[in-house]
Design a protein around this ligand. Sequence first.
Ligand SMILES: Cc1cc2nc3c(=O)[nH]c(=O)nc-3n(C[C@H](O)[C@H](O)[C@H](O)COP(=O)(O)OP(=O)(O)OC[C@H]3O[C@@H](n4cnc5c(N)ncnc54)[C@H](O)[C@@H]3O)c2cc1C
Length: 535
Amino acid sequence: MIQTEVLVLGCGIAGATTALRLARNPQRKVIVVTRDPDLEESNSRYAQGGIVTRGLDDSADDLVADILAAGAGASYPKAARILAEEGPSLLEDILVKQAGIAFDRDSQGELEWGQEAAHSHRRILHVGDGSGQAIIIGLINTLKNYPNVTFVKNATAVDLITFPHHSRDPLAAYQPVRCYGAYIFDRKERTIHRYLASATVLATGGLGRIYRNTTNPAGARGDGIAMAARAGARILNAEYVQFHPTALAVPGAEGFLISEAVRGEGGVLLTPDGKPFMAKYAPEWKDLAPRDVVARAIHHEMEANGYSHVLLDICSKMDPVSIRSRFPNIYASCLKFGIDITQEPIPVVPAAHYFCGGMWVDEWGRSTIENLYGAGEVTCTGLHGANRLASTSLLEGLVWGNRAAQKIESLLDQSSTTDLPSFEDIPHWDESGLIADADPALIQGDMQTIQNIMWHYVGLVRSADRLSRAIRELRHLTNEIETFYRNTKLSDGLIGLRNAVEVAFIVVQAAFHNRQSRGCHYRQDSVIFEGDRLI
Ligand SMILES: Cc1cc2nc3c(=O)[nH]c(=O)nc-3n(C[C@H](O)[C@H](O)[C@H](O)COP(=O)(O)OP(=O)(O)OC[C@H]3O[C@@H](n4cnc5c(N)ncnc54)[C@H](O)[C@@H]3O)c2cc1C
C-alpha cells in the first residue's frame, strides 16, 4: 500500500500540468501514474496543429464566440469564457516560461499564428506540426526537476477506491461517496497495489480506440471514463464523439492524422477525380467548415459515390519548400507510405478523434464524487459542447489541470492526511483462485468486435436501428467480457477490454436516447439542431 497526498492518473498535458502546479509547493507529495512504459506516450504527444491562444487583433470575446458556434449550441459559455480569458496567460507562464517551449516564429522573430477551421482569427501556436511532442517533452522534463513528484510508469489504474463501495464499514453507506485513491496494476510484476490519496485526479485521456478507424494511439481506450462510471460519477455528453475529417487512407498508415492546419493553409478537399466539393455542403466556410460538417460531407461523398477515400490537395496551394517547413512530420510520414505531398494530393478518410463528453467536472475540476478531480479529455467541462473547436483541447487540459491543482492545494492546506481511512479499512485486490492468464486472441478478437460495432452503428451517421443493434451486440459482449474478467488473472489488455466495452455502451446509450442531431452526433432519423435553430 502506497500513500500520498495527490494521486494523478495520467501524464498527458492535463495530468502533467496538474502535477506541475502542485509541485511548486515543496511540501506537497504527488504521485503521477501512467500505464505506458514511456512517460511521453499519450494523445497529447500526437497533437499536430497546435494550441489555441489569443492572436493579433483577437479578443477573448471572439474566441468564446467561435467555441460556442462550433459547439452547436451545447457548449457551456462559462467554460468557454474561462478558457478564453485564462488560457493565453497560462500558456505563457507554464508552457513558455516554465517548460521552455519555443513556439514557431517568423523571420522577424514574431510568433507565427496558425489558422484552423472555424476560427475567426489566426491564433494557433505550433512547433512545426509536432506541437504535442514538443509540449509534452517540455512539461515532463520540467516535472522531473521536482523531487516531490514521483512517476510510476508501466502501471495501469484498474479502479478508483471509493467509499462506501470499498469500505468494510456498513455505516459508510450513509456518507457521501468519496474517493481515496486507486487500485493500480504493476504491469511488470503483475501485482495490484492500493494507492491511498487525499485527492485523486483523473487525467487518463480519451476513447478513440473503441472505434475501428481512429487517430488515437493504443492507450486511448476510455479507462478513466469507465472507472469514473463504475464509481458512480456523473458522465455527460457521451454521444458527442468527434470524427476528424482527414486521416491518411493508405494501407499500413491507418489513423495517421493529416492536421486541420493543412486546410488552414489553403488545402482543398477533392473527389478522387479531382473535383472540389465542400462548397456544396458549407457555402460560407467551404473547406474550413467545423469538423463535423466536413467529416459528414466526406462520408456522404464516399457513401453516395462508392469512393474508398477522398483527396486533400495542398501541393497546388503551397510551394514545396513551405510545405516541408510547415508540415515536416506529415511530409515525412506520407513519403514513407509513398505519397509525396509536395507533388500529389493526399488520400484521406474520416476517423474517430476526440471525445467531447466525459466525467462531468465543474470549473475547478471537481467531479460529483468527493476528493475526485479531473482534467483533460477524460472530463466534460462543457467547453466543447456537441463539437470541439480545433486546437482547444490542449489548452483545456492546461487550464483545468491548473485549476484542479489550485483547488486541491487550497483544500490540502485546510485538511491533513489523517482524514484518510486506515490501511485496514481498504480491502486488498482479491485475485485468489485465479490461475488462468488472459488469452490474447480473445482480447484482440473482442476488441475488434467492439471497434467494428462502434464504427458501423455508432459512427458519423446514426439511426435508431443502428443504435439498437449496437446495444444488443454490446450487451451480449459485456456479459462475455465480464465473465472473462472475473475468471482470469489481470493484465493491461484485459483491463482495457473491460473498460472499452463499458465506455462503448455508455456512448451508444447516450446516442440512442438523444434523438436530436447536433454537432458531431448526427441521427439520420431525427430532427437537426444547429445552434439553437431547428433546421
Ligand atoms: C493525432 C492527434 C492530433 C491532435 N491534435 C491536436 C491539436 O493540434 N491541438 C489540440 O488542442 N488537440 C489535439 N488533439 C487532441 C489532444 O491531443 C488531446 O485531447 C489531449 O492531448 C488530451 O490530453 P490529456 O492529458 O487529457 O490525455 P492524454 O494526453 O491522452 O494522456 C492520458 C494519460 O493517461 C494515461 N492513462 C490512460 N489510461 C490509464 C490507466 N488506466 N492507468 C494509468 N494511466 C492511464 C496515459 O498513459 C497518458 O499518460 C489531437 C489528438 C490526436 C490523437
